[in-house]
Design a protein around this ligand. Structure first.
Ligand code: GLC
Ligand code: CA
Length: 562
């Protein structure tokens, strides 16, 4: 049985919960989350009602990028535990009906992977070609492409006089997918985990694996000596061929779900990745809605955005993939700021209703929803005072560049970091009001958000009006309504500045979803067929169902037509 041949693949009914293991739960007091910590929280996750746990990388790694730099694809990171711990976790998850999806990071490895060590130290070895090496061009780098974490993508290896390519940090050399032996190695390590019984892969920046072999230079990026190589490595020339090969060789032989991380993918790209007829992936993560507010300095520009822009993006994805592919639905992950702080309102007054509103809006769309740890009870961004309280290499690199290269004031830099740093998502999960939020008995690797006495999982589970119970309700509700999985999507009032309203319909059932993006009370005229309908979800205790709906701040309702 293969996921792509199933008439109704299970990924379409699944809700995924993402765990960033380092920050989830520490079991041994070293301040670092680990596999036994996850094991101890499985009952909590089962109570929430999610189906699949995606674990960010758990493999051996020097942690330059917290596990997204892998030095052994078949070993567990020592800080996270042992293979026996993993086997136990997998079995215990399966016992509770929870599936496990692992993070496949094969655009690059760590520079401490034995392949790279051999490639660098022995240029004649066949491992050399597992990576991408180029001689200097006119005494300079082969191109001036900018790396995702700042600086150029090329690093000179003094000994051989050649450069190697790293789209991310210098410690994350890109693997050479042009080499069939390297591809075979990747397929092999995938089988290793699938044969253990895992249920899926999230594929890290998988649309970057095929580079334009001409390595052309590109448009200069203003204010830097570098260029953007995006057109030459995003959705590159052979990426679909490689994924189809991977599907033939590996994926089609297992019952699993796959989601590709694809920055810069358009709706049409996503159709190519996720159309089941093509035999590539089940779905991809698109980046357009989380790219709102990006400017000259990328996300750090943190420009204002409007609700009509957000509606237009999400609606284009909803209609564009309907019957042609499949959407993944997310506000949050380990690379994004906290959703309630970014798209909602994290003030004490509005945190709870706005977090519930965002959840409602997303969970009634077509696609597979992803919940990022802590999102289910409304964790917020953190505001560390000093740069040295941050850990993330992207944040620290940006701080340096914005200061040294672009002359930003410290105040402006800190405001940007508070809004956009990846560490907003990475502060440890706030389990309860005890010291260190119940995350660790030791010193946490990254400071805990000081708001944990008020915002924590235990308090949320005990309070029936909490964000947590709202998520639990939504997860159960969407599973009871075929229209959420199968129905069409229609946006209403595209230009309305503070209401996001849409219809879902499958010929039997018609739903209206209304979300009020405002800190003030408001009104909204709904289609007549919903007056006298049934209120399926509401983040406030009452609603008068009249043609003109009176809406509270951040109110979100779902109504089924009568
Ligand atoms: C992806 C990951 C991110 C990581 C990068 C490099 O974008 O989500 O956390 O830094 O790839 O692996
Ligand atoms: Ca630990």
């Amino acid at each position: 049985m293969t996921s792509t041949l199933n008439a109704r693949p299970w990924f379409k009914d699944a809700v995924v919960y993402q765990i960033y293991p380092r920050s989830f739960q520490d079991s041994n007091g070293d301040g670092i989350g680990d596999l036994r910590g996850i094991l101890s929280r499985l009952d909590y996750l089962a109570r929430l009602g999610v189906d699949v746990l995606w674990l960010s990388p758990i493999f051996a790694s020097p942690n330059d990028d917290n596990g997204y730099d892998i030095s052994d694809y078949r070993a567990i990171m020592a800080e996270f535990g042992t293979m026996a711990d993993f086997d136990e976790l997998l079995a215990a998850a399966h016992q509770r009906g929870l599936k496990i999806m692992l993070d496949l990071v094969v655009n690059h490895s760590s520079d401490e992977h034995p392949w790279f060590v051999e490639a660098r130290d022995h240029p004649d070895s066949e491992k050399r070609d597992y990576y991408i090496w180029k001689p200097p061009v006119n005494g300079d780098m082969p191109t001036h492409w900018q790396a995702f974490f700042g600086g150029p993508v090329w690093q000179l290896d003094e000994a051989s006089g050649e450069y190697y390519l790293h789209l991310f940090s210098v410690k994350q050399p890109d693997l050479n997918w042009e080499n069939p032996k390297l591809r075979a190695e990747v397929y092999d390590l995938m089988r290793f985990w699938l044969d253990k019984g895992i249920d899926g892969f999230r594929m890290d920046v998988i649309n970057l694996i095929s580079k334009d072999q001409a390595y052309p230079d590109a448009e200069p990026i203003t204010g830097t000596a570098l260029t953007s190589g995006y057109p030459y490595f995003m959705n590159g020339p052979r990426v679909h061929e490689f994924l189809q090969e991977m599907n033939r060789e590996v994926l089609s032989h297992y019952d699993l779900m796959t989601v590709g991380e694809t920055p810069g993918a358009s709706v049409d790209d996503a159709v190519r990745y996720s159309d089941p007829q093509r035999g590539e992936l089940d779905m991809v993560f698109q980046f357009e809605h989380v790219g709102l507010g990006s400017g000259e300095r990328g996300k750090w520009s943190n420009l204002p955005w409007t609700l009509p822009e957000l509606k237009s993006i999400l609606s284009r994805w909803q209609t564009g993939l309907h019957n042609r592919g499949w959407n993944s639905l997310y506000w949050d992950n380990h690379d994004q700021p906290r959703a309630v702080s970014r798209f909602g309102n994290d003030s004490p007054e509005f945190r709870v209703p706005s977090a519930k509103m965002l959840a409602t809006l997303l969970h009634f769309m077509q696609g597979t929803p992803y919940i990022y740890q802590g999102e289910e009870f409304g964790m917020t961004n953190v505001r560390f005072e000093r740069v040295d309280q941050y850990d993330d290499l992207e944040t620290l690199g940006a701080e340096r560049e914005l200061r040294e290269l672009h002359g930003w004031s410290e105040e402006r830099i800190m405001a940007s970091i508070h809004a956009m740093s990846r560490d907003n998502a990475r502060t440890p999960v706030q389990w309860d009001a005890s010291p260190n939020a119940g995350f660790t008995s030791g010193k946490p690797w990254l400071e805990i958000n000081p708001n944990y006495p008020n915002i924590n999982a235990e308090a949320a589970e005990a309070d029936l009006d909490s964000v947590w119970h709202h998520y639990k309700h939504l997860i159960a509700l969407r599973k009871s309504l075929d229209v959420v999985r199968d129905g069409t999507y229609e946006l209403l009032d595209a230009e309305h500045p503070s209401i996001y309203a849409y219809l879902r319909s499958d010929g039997h059932t018609k739903l209206l979803i209304v979300a009020h993006f405002s800190a003030k009370a408001g009104q909204y005229r709904i289609p007549a067929e919903f007056v006298g309908g049934e209120v399926l979800s509401n983040n406030y205790s009452s609603l008068q169902l009249t043609e003109k709906l009176n809406l509270e701040p951040y109110q979100a309702v779902v109504i089924r037509a009568k």
